[in-house]
Design a binder for this molecule. Structure first.
Ligand code: SF4
Length: 454
């Protein structure tokens, strides 16, 4: 394979897709490909897709249309669709875009080299059959040199009635704790300071793993994993996402309070504040249980940052049920809340239910929820004013080169004056002078602060 070919990857969707794209980029670079910032300059174009909502799915088709036209002028162009739309559509995608060379589901990300060799032998390839995800040895081409994604569990065994993830990402497959620790140790040696442990339903980590934990416990859990990887040298901060209220235990909360490297930021989607809607969603908890979880988190870590996801306009959702969602948001006061209008997804139970709501009703509820979210986030941000926060510097502020930017332990984006060449990867004390709903600005504090690293 000639070594001057260039590749471009466009990634849609969640952190899991971003992590998959980093690994696929690593495989392509090992095969001799070079990154091309401009897709139109690339000899290989890969779209790593998302199908969580219809608008996410539709995005890729417009991109593909352009590349398919290009392929007629440039037959050597290699065109790939990966990720959740690839898994959902499979062969149908080849009929829709016959110019495609490879359609590969998320479980096949590590197999990109084998699949491409079949393509270079002149085949059109579809790889969507369920496979056991083998431990990946590739060297991901990571987007950051400071923070890194580390997969701990793939797939999801839940059956939320609106969600397409189990259909496209398959059953839960947990990585061995030793493999996760080895990857984190390598990251620590490479100078990374923060790791986010990833899973669609991360609190289910380990329930599919046989045998005992390295500490001899009979059941692997996320809590055990946090204790097991906490002392990896070089890694200063550990985050994890995405949690599920059904499995979010007090034992996990206590561990997070006890382990200093674990950031006090929890992403726990609640989806609806109404028990009947939660039942119809098959989420497996009640608003009361959710409120107790947040209460317990705040008992152990009063300043913890809480973020979540919420869906409005689920089939059959009444105005009163929607108002229960607003009441929950009012009561908890989230630091951040990702909101979306319900979107019927292929192969999910709720998509065929009679009681679908109109787009107008959904849009109205989304707008009202977003307004409340911004108001509450601005209130929550006030607590930072005048405080000294430890910020891990990740980058230069793209809007102001005299400033650097990074995140507090509570995952708040923060800006302050500084030289990125000197401060990148440092945890610096910053006195907060300006607060906004979703970000902060402050002045670097010269005095030494515990946990600061430069
Ligand atoms: S827990 Fe539910 S919403 Fe989350 S990925 Fe699994 S099925 Fe989807």
């Amino acid at each position: 394979m000639t070594d001057s070919r260039r590749y471009h990857i466009t990634t849609f969707g969640c952190q899991m897709n971003k992590a998959d794209s980093e690994r696929m980029a690593g495989i392509l670079e090992e095969m001799g490909f070079e990154w091309s910032e401009a897709p139109e300059q690339a000899d290989l174009v890969l779209y790593n897709t998302c199908t969580i909502r219809d608008n996410a799915e539709q995005k890729v088709y417009s991109y593909l249309g352009r590349q398919a036209k290009r392929k007629h002028e440039q037959p050597n162009l290699t065109l790939i669709v990966a990720g959740c739309v690839a898994q959902q559509e499979g062969e149908a995608l080849l009929r829709r875009v016959p110019e495609l060379d490879l359609v590969m589901g998320p479980q096949h990300a590590n197999r990109l080299r084998d699949l491409l060799e079949q393509v270079f032998d002149g085949n059109q390839v579809v790889a969507t059959e369920p496979v056991h995800i083998f431990e990946d040895i590739t060297k991901p081409r990571r987007d950051s040199t400071v923070t890194a994604w580390v997969n701990v569990i793939y797939g999801c065994n839940e059956r939320c009635t609106y969600c397409v993830v189990p259909n496209v990402r398959g059953v839960e497959q947990s990585r061995l704790p030793e493999a996760i620790r080895a990857e984190m140790a390598q990251l620590g040696r490479q100078g990374f300071k923060e790791v986010t442990l990833l899973g669609q339903n991360i609190d289910a980590y380990g329930r599919d793993l046989p045998g005992t934990t390295p500490a001899g416990r009979h059941q692997h859990t996320l809590t055990d994993l946090l204790y097991y990887v906490h002392d990896v040298p070089g890694i200063e901060r550990i985050r994890f996402a995405t949690s599920h209220p059904r499995y979010f235990t007090e034992r996990l909360i206590r561990a997070c309070a006890e382990l200093p490297k674990v950031c006090e930021h929890f992403h726990i989607p609640f989806q609806s504040g109404d028990n009947d809607v939660l039942k119809a969603m098959a989420r497996g908890y009640t608003r009361e249980k959710y409120l107790r979880i947040i209460e317990t988190v705040r008992q152990y870590m009063p300043d913890a940052a809480i973020s979540a996801d919420a869906i409005v306009g689920f089939p059959g959702e009444t105005e009163a049920q929607f108002e229960n969602t607003l009441k929950l948001v009012e009561e908890i006061g989230f630091d951040q809340l990702n909101t979306a209008a319900y979107s019927p997804r292929p192969g999910t139970p709720a998509a065929v239910w009679e009681n679908q709501l109109s787009e107008d009703v959904k849009a109205d509820r989304l707008q009202r929820l977003n307004h409340l979210v911004a108001t509450k986030a601005a209130e929550r941000s006030q607590r930072y004013l005048g405080r000294v926060e430890k910020v891990l510097v990740e980058d230069q502020n793209p809007k102001d080169p005299t400033q650097v930017m990074g995140r507090t332990g509570g995952n708040r984006l923060t800006f302050c004056t500084g030289d990125i060449a000197k401060l990148k990867g440092c945890i610096i004390p910053v006195k907060i002078t300006t607060v906004r709903a979703f970000s902060l600005t402050g002045d670097r504090v010269e005095m030494p602060v515990a946990g600061a690293t430069c």
